[in-house]
Design a protein around this ligand. Structure first.
Ligand code: MIC
Ligand code: SF4
Length: 665
């Protein structure tokens, strides 16, 4: 039998039926519309729901591993509208990145995906411009895939393996979220951007403990927001850890699609009269002020005024969050006829944005203001160039400011809106943008640049069949992972505190080049910032037959969707992570690579295990969801399985790919 016809374990989940709902909100409507065949009602919050995604997205940092996984699935052609974008690894110093790009291009041609070459833009920006479709759904191997929620699309991030399964046509299991309404009152005023809105939403909902919810934006304020503004807001729902965020699809959406030459993609999406929500958060746009998210990990969201005068060494304006035309044009208006006092770089979100800036004359303004214009790519957002100096302070318009992500461990990166960043570059210190202009901050209107021919379009099946995949010396196929042993016996290789990010587990920056060579990536980078002896110790322990454990606090695996944060520790012999709590995407990634995710039944027991402690765990008990851990031969600690029971067969078999292969044999 053909392998692709077998079921991913996620598929076998029993979809529990809830009560039929009469008046539906937008989130419920879109979930129902994209539910897998046979699902006619929504389950209760927390219960599994199978989604059949219409679109999938890969980028080049997570995409090579995901593509290698897809290859192993033995499927002839993608079953979704698939988009593959080169945007992260664009430094291309040496052959490694170029080889990855060529591999992804041949992969796209062979399997029927759209391909966007390096320099054409950031995956979420180009996806919004040319592919996002109201009412449809996308799952992407990048946590900010949520960006397309601004278009009224069900848009979620996941690990690359899960995205590949979706691309192969498999339904994907989500946990039915509670729908939280974010009601926007009033309208945005000059100098206040969508970035300030989302930072204030995050201040309201917090950045932890939100994985069971999704956010639906409602209220009169919605219509004053452009599609790009809406996308900024849904993009950064990820920083709050929510499953997804969604805006309705309305006249603003229709006009945007029309301007992009895609009017047929429009459909209306609105909540039914009387639709209800699990709770409501109200944001009054009229009263918002420019906001800053302090380093690190969006520690707190505060009015810029609280830190006015903070000295700034460098300013970066870019990233999928807000490097769109209206925002960058506003930056142009602020800089018109002036000169910046500190190093400043701008990276437009896409080539279309860059061309519009150029046509409107803003590129000339940037250059004459002394700004460095970088590539239309992720660039400094992911430490690919423009790293700040030692102990430097950088203002960035990106969505994340994890320690070390900028490429400079000692630097502090604070997150602000593009106009706050530009106003501060003019003074050399944190500045309220409203001090830098008078009136409305009007921008030049230019027609949208649409260049669909810039993509490599999917080849017809007969031609695709002739394409040969091209690898390179650094592209190594994914390792075979052995099954879970009946008992785990080994040491705590590392004990960590709360909020361990995937950047701490598996850093990007200069290590990004190694994404297609998991063995080397594991050896050189895993936990390097936490403990540079980690990988050598883990390898020694693994080779001596030990099973490695990680102990951590709450929020383990927050941040990026990168599955290498599961795969690389697994290669180094880690078989279980015991934490006070996990983030959604990372927990799924651990399961996909056969690593057990376990939580303390009593969180206080975290204090009873030290690094180096000898642990043993009988894995035959796992099906009960509860188990007893033995510490140093005698002490007992009770643990709960954090992953779903339906994930166990996959974890037992060593991970998603081996499970899939077993099922197909
Ligand atoms: C990020 O912003 O951290 C990334 C790089 O886009 C990641 C994906 C990755 O780790 O490659 C993400 O957000 O998922
Ligand atoms: Fe790229 Fe940064 Fe967006 Fe991630 S958050 S996709 S690195 S621009």
């Amino acid at each position: 039998m053909h392998r692709a016809t077998h079921r991913h374990p996620a598929q076998t989940a029993n979809v529990k039926r809830g009560r039929p709902l009469s008046a539906l909100n937008v989130a419920q409507k879109i979930l129902l519309a994209n539910a897998a065949d046979g699902v006619t009602e929504l389950p209760k919050p927390g219960q599994p729901l199978m989604i059949k995604f219409s679109h999938t997205l890969y980028q080049d940092a997570t995409g090579t591993a995901a593509a290698l996984a897809f290859e192993k699935m033995g499927v002839e052609r993608v079953k979704t509208t698939s988009v593959i974008v080169v945007d992260h690894k664009t430094l291309q110093v040496g052959f490694i990145d170029g080889d990855d790009h060529r591999y992804l291009e041949t992969f796209s041609k062979k399997y029927g995906a759209w391909f966007s070459r390096s320099g054409l833009g950031i995956c979420h920006s180009v996806f919004l411009e040319d592919f996002a479709t109201p009412g449809k759904s996308v799952i992407g191997a990048d946590s900010h895939t949520t960006n397309a929620g601004g278009m009224g699309m069900l848009a979620m991030g996941a690990g690359g393996t899960d995205v590949s399964f979706a691309m192969a046509g498999k339904p994907y299991k989500i946990s039915m979220p509670e729908v939280v309404e974010v009601r926007l009152k009033g309208k945005l005023h000059a100098g206040i951007l969508a970035k300030d809105v989302i930072l204030n939403v995050l201040a309201e909902i917090g950045i932890k403990g939100n994985k069971g919810i999704c956010l639906e934006y409602t209220g009169e304020g919605v219509k004053s927001l452009a599609v790009t503004d809406r996308a900024t807001i849904t993009n950064m729902g990820t920083e709050g850890g929510v499953a997804f965020s969604i805006f309705p699809s309305d006249g603003v959406t229709k006009d945007y699609l029309k301007a992009r030459g895609r009017k047929d993609a429009y459909s209306e999406l609105k909540a039914d009269e009387g639709a209800s929500y699990s709770r409501t958060v109200e944001i009054d746009l009229d009263t918002l002020s420019p906001t800053i998210a302090l380093y690190p990990r969006l520690k707190s969201m505060e009015p810029v005024g609280n830190h006015k005068g903070m000295k700034v060494d460098a300013v970066f304006i870019g990233s999928c969050t807000n490097a769109n035309y209206p925002n960058l044009a506003k930056v142009g208006e602020l800089l018109r006829g002036k000169r910046v006092k500190v190093d400043m770089a701008i990276a437009p979100g896409s080539q279309a944005v860059a061309r519009m800036l150029s046509q409107a004359g803003y590129m000339e303004i940037f250059y004459s203001a002394g700004v460095r214009v970088m590539e239309n790519a992720c660039s400094a957002c992911i430490g690919q160039g423009f790293s700040p100096p030692t102990n430097g302070v950088m203002l960035s318009t990106a969505n994340r400011n994890f320690a070390g992500r900028s490429g400079t461990e000692s630097a502090e990166v604070h997150l602000v809106s593009p106009v706050t960043a530009a106003a501060s570059a003019l003074t050399g210190e944190l500045t309220d943008p409203r001090e830098a202009f008078e009136g409305e901050l009007k921008i030049k209107d230019v027609p949208m640049v649409v260049d669909i021919d810039s993509y490599v379009a999917p080849l017809p099946p007969e031609e695709a069949a002739k394409v040969e995949l091209r690898y390179g010396p650094n592209i190594k196929s994914l390792p075979d992972l052995d099954p879970l042993p009946g008992a785990l016996n080994g040491e705590v290789m590392l004990k960590l505190g709360p909020e361990v990010t995937t950047d701490l587990i598996q850093p990007a920056g200069k290590y990004l080049a190694l994404r297609s060579n998991a063995d080397e990536y594991a050896k050189q980078a895993t936990f390097i910032q936490a403990d540079e002896t980690f990988s050598a110790r883990a390898i020694e322990h693994r080779d001596a037959g030990g099973h490695g454990f990680i102990i951590a606090g709450d929020g383990y695996g927050m941040g990026s969707s990168r599955e290498h944060a599961g795969l690389c520790p697994r290669i180094l012999g880690i078989r279980a992570v015991i934490a006070k709590g996990f983030e959604r995407i990372h927990l799924a990634n651990l399961a996909n690579f056969g690593i057990l995710g376990l939580t303390f039944s009593d969180p206080a027991d975290y204090d009873r295990i030290e690094q180096g402690a000898k642990l043993s765990l009988d894995t035959s008990e796992l099906e009960s969801g509860k188990m007893t851990l033995t510490v140093n031969g005698s002490e007992k600690i009770s643990l709960d399985l954090a992953q779903g029971l339906e994930d166990l067969p996959m974890i037992r078999s060593g991970g998603a790919l081996s499970y899939f292969a077993e099922q197909g044999s």
